[in-house]
Write a protein that binds this ligand. Structure first.
Ligand SMILES: *[C@@H]1O[C@H](CO)[C@@H](O)[C@H](O)[C@H]1NC(C)=O
Ligand SMILES: *[C@@H]1O[C@H](CO)[C@@H](O)[C@H](O)[C@H]1NC(C)=O
Ligand SMILES: *[C@@H]1O[C@H](CO)[C@@H](O)[C@H](O)[C@H]1NC(C)=O
Length: 320
């Protein structure tokens, strides 16, 4: 109860702070630079950032516990099931690049519980050089960036209600690794990002991202643990899924991130938005699970399921 009212309070305070900083037209109350607003001082305003179940973490592969979590069921993530009325909007919020999503994008299965989660936005973290930028690390190794797809539990009425509950969110996290060629499936997204260099800039994304075109082909190796939002207010409400296979992008595409600014278009100085990752947090007593592959792709192939059902129905009709 106490945590919940605390969170309500913080949601109100945070909204208030956000409104104030928009009105002031300048920076905001937290950032990634090592100064009074930096990650080491987020707790000055946001209590929960000092908790014992914070994210990101370093995943120590020698300590993970293998567990069969089952396959993800993804609805709306493929070229053949783009949700009706799907809309994506790309914006620079002064802390990073966020793509808001409208449409029925759903994530379930994989031991996430009985209710589906709805994906509502994805965003990126990146570094000024290729050797850093991801939030999670694996045995101390950082990747060039990280993609987070944020989903709220549909047992709650909306995202804001989910924010006040321990099982409110799940995030699909993918590392970004560097290859020589551009990732062609992400070209429209990077074109859009190059148009939103400044805080509060936003553009529609067309065509929308088809996630299965950018995901690694094998989604079954993933790490699962209980953690938090990696930005203030750092609520400890996130069931994390960190996929071990990265998404590949080119350095030229990473440069699009590195040209983002933390200030508005006509500010008196430009502040480069870079190294937008929170340092890793203590694992403390948490267990990090590694899904043990239960199917080849880590996805329930819904079309083959349908085919099987039809075959069984036909078989039973023929039997009769
Ligand atoms: C942390 O933030 C508080 C509140 O804004 C400020 O008073 C304090 O000086 C900051 N501490 C550091 C180490 O920057
Ligand atoms: C920035 O300044 C230019 C020139 O003064 C003006 O035309 C434009 O509307 C301003 N843009 C914003 C976002 O305030
Ligand atoms: C900020 O960057 C933009 C784009 O590169 C440039 O046009 C503008 O003059 C810069 N503003 C300042 C204050 O340097």
């Amino acid at each position: 109860m106490e945590t919940t009212s605390c969170r309500c309070m913080c949601v109100v305070v945070c909204l208030f702070v956000a409104v104030l900083s928009v009105q002031a037209g300048s920076g905001s109350s937290w950032g990634y630079l090592d100064n009074e607003e930096g990650p080491n001082n987020w707790t000055a305003i946001y209590d929960e950032c000092g908790g014992l179940q914070q994210s990101p973490i370093d995943i120590v592969t020698a300590s993970v516990v293998a567990k069969d979590l089952g396959d993800f069921t993804l609805v709306g993530f493929g070229a053949d099931d783009v949700p009706a009325g799907a809309v994506m909007t790309v914006s620079n919020n002064g802390h990073g690049v966020v793509v808001s999503m409208q449409g029925d994008y759903q994530v379930s299965g994989a031991d996430l519980g009985p209710t589906a989660y709805k994906a509502v936005q994805f965003h990126f973290h990146w570094g000024s050089v290729n050797s850093r930028g991801s939030e999670h690390t694996v045995d101390g190794k950082a990747y060039a960036g990280e993609l987070h797809i944020v989903c709220f539990n549909t047992k709650y009425a909306d995202f804001n209600e989910a924010l006040q509950n321990d099982d409110g969110l799940t995030v699909l996290g993918f590392f970004l690794d560097v290859q020589a060629e551009d990732n062609a499936a992400l070209a429209p997204l990077f074109d859009a990002i190059s148009m939103i260099q400044f805080e509060n800039d936003e553009v529609p994304l067309s065509p929308t991202v088809v996630f299965k075109n950018i995901f690694p082909s094998d989604l079954s190796p993933f790490y699962r643990y209980s953690g938090s939002l990696t930005t203030p207010p750092c609520f400890e409400i996130v069931t994390w899924n960190v996929f071990s296979k990265p998404i590949m992008v080119s350095e030229a595409q990473l440069m699009t991130f590195r040209r983002q600014f933390a200030n508005e278009r006509n500010a008196s100085a430009n502040i480069t938005l870079t190294d937008t990752f929170r340092p890793v947090q203590a694992v403390d007593s948490r267990t990090i699970f590694l899904n043990t592959a239960s199917s080849a792709s880590g996805l329930v192939a819904s079309s083959s399921l349908v085919a099987m059902v039809i075959i069984k129905m036909l078989a039973s009709v023929l039997d009769d």
